[in-house]
Design a protein around this ligand. Structure first.
Ligand code: ADP
Ligand code: MG
Length: 397
């Protein structure tokens, strides 16, 4: 276990808080289209401010090559200021004399927002001098950026070796929720996988098979599992080695005596577009000119009945191309039911960028036990890998 902000005395301290405010924008504007990553960091920011800490926030935005005016932190600082109802000063840089002066001048509860950490190439190189320059701004390092914890950069890892380094509440919750799935889930545990490709999720599935009681597969990757069982999937999205990977997963599941569910019926179409005509067919009768784009009604029913028996569900990957209404039904039905099971006491943890987006759009995010803000970091964590940003934090006593 890692130390958290509540394990140390933060009163009056200058805290460098690494957050993940790399939020989506309306295309071509600075209007934030989804501020959930900002809201997710509020418990830590508010806790620190209430104790008179001086809060110095750092985040990366996008992938700039040097200074890029379209990737400045000003819009996030403005949204944060609205959310906390207090002024937020934007520093001209993430390090340097002027920034140090602003950090030193902060009063108790004051908030300074550093400019995009990635404007310096040294950030991603985890340059020791750059980490030292960041460390000069504060007394304590607080990491609340789970979405960046799989990267060993100066502001996510390097600086944690210089200052006392603790987890914020969001990072702590992510570790407890995702760690709980790997280590001590209430059983039965179902892993529900979907999304586009098997290849993206292969490592996670192999790790989760080790301790799941049930593996349920939907989304585009279902095509690989159907092909592995000798069915034809027409023009469906299929990686060259997809069936082989799916076959490996199926053997591993068999060897461990785990139930593997794959779709018995699917929603298909000859094209993927807003006005595509969708129809439900049996999984062994997908026409040659059609693509599998969602799980079918019988499969939705089977899956929700199986999931209902589980105390813990990890859901990663949408059941279909939910971006189009005709192919959103599987994701909606599964999401709706999981929200209901969570309300009834099951532990339902949702991971993955698109899955979180889908759950949010459906309005079920609050009903779930936890919706990870992690994306790629959550997948790496669930693969059982050590995330450098977490490893670098101080261990709890
Ligand atoms: P996450 O970000 O939650 O980990 P992925 O990135 O793996 O999920 O997958 C999300 C994408 O998978 C979505 O854009 C969705 O449209 C796509 N997808 C889901 N089902 C299918 C399908 N049957 N065929 C093609 N793409 C699919
Ligand atoms: Mg994704």
């Amino acid at each position: 276990m890692k130390k958290t902000v509540s394990d140390i005395d933060v009163s009056g301290a200058r805290c460098l808080v690494r957050v993940d405010f790399n939020v989506p924008f309306e295309p071509g504007t600075t209007t934030i289209s989804d501020d959930s990553r900002i809201r997710a960091a509020l418990p830590t920011i508010n806790y620190l401010r209430e104790r008179g800490a001086r809060v110095i926030l750092a985040t990366h935005v996008g992938r700039p090559k040097g200074i890029d005016d379209s990737l400045r932190v000003a819009p996030m600082a403005a949204r944060l200021s609205e959310l906390i109802g207090a002024p937020v000063t934007v520093a001209p840089d993430s390090i340097g004399e002027e920034t140090e002066k602003l950090a030193a001048a902060l009063g108790p509860g004051g908030v300074l927002f550093l400019e995009n950490t990635r404007f310096h190439p040294e950030e991603e190189k985890n340059d020791p001098d750059h980490s030292a320059a960041l460390a000069r701004l504060a007394d304590i390092y607080v990491d609340d950026a789970f979405g960046s914890a799989h990267r060993a950069h100066a502001s996510t890892e390097g600086v944690a070796h210089i200052l006392p380094a603790v987890a914020g509440f969001l990072l702590d919750k992510e570790i407890r929720m995702l760690g709980g799935i790997l280590e001590s889930p209430r059983r039965p545990l179902a892993t529900l996988m979907g999304g586009a490709k098997v290849g993206d999720k292969m490592a996670v599935m192999e790790r989760l098979i080790e301790n799941s009681d049930m593996l349920i597969v939907g989304g585009g990757m279902a095509a690989a599992f159907l092909e592995a069982r000798g069915m034809r999937t027409g023009k469906s999205l299929l990686e060259a080695d997809g069936p082989q990977m799916a076959g490996r997963i199926e053997s591993a599941a068999k060897a461990r005596g785990i139930q593997l569910l794959i779709p018995t019926d699917v929603i298909v179409s000859t094209e993927l577009s807003a006005d595509a005509e969708a129809s439900a067919v049996s999984s062994d009768a997908i026409p040659d000119d059609a693509m599998l784009l969602d799980i079918g009604p019988e499969t939705r029913d089977t899956y929700t009945r199986a999931l209902r028996l589980c105390q813990t569900v990890l859901w990663n990957g949408p059941m279909g191309v939910f971006e189009y209404e005709q192919f959103a039904g599987g994701t909606r039905v599964v999401g709706e039911n999981l929200a209901q099971y969570a309300r009834a006491g099951a532990t339902v943890v949702v991971g993955g960028g698109s899955t979180a987006e889908a759950v949010d759009a459906l309005g079920y995010a609050d009903a779930m036990t936890h919706v990870s803000t992690g994306g790629g970091a959550a997948l790496e964590f669930l693969e059982g890998r050590t995330l450098p940003g977490i490893a670098a934090l101080n261990d709890a006593d």
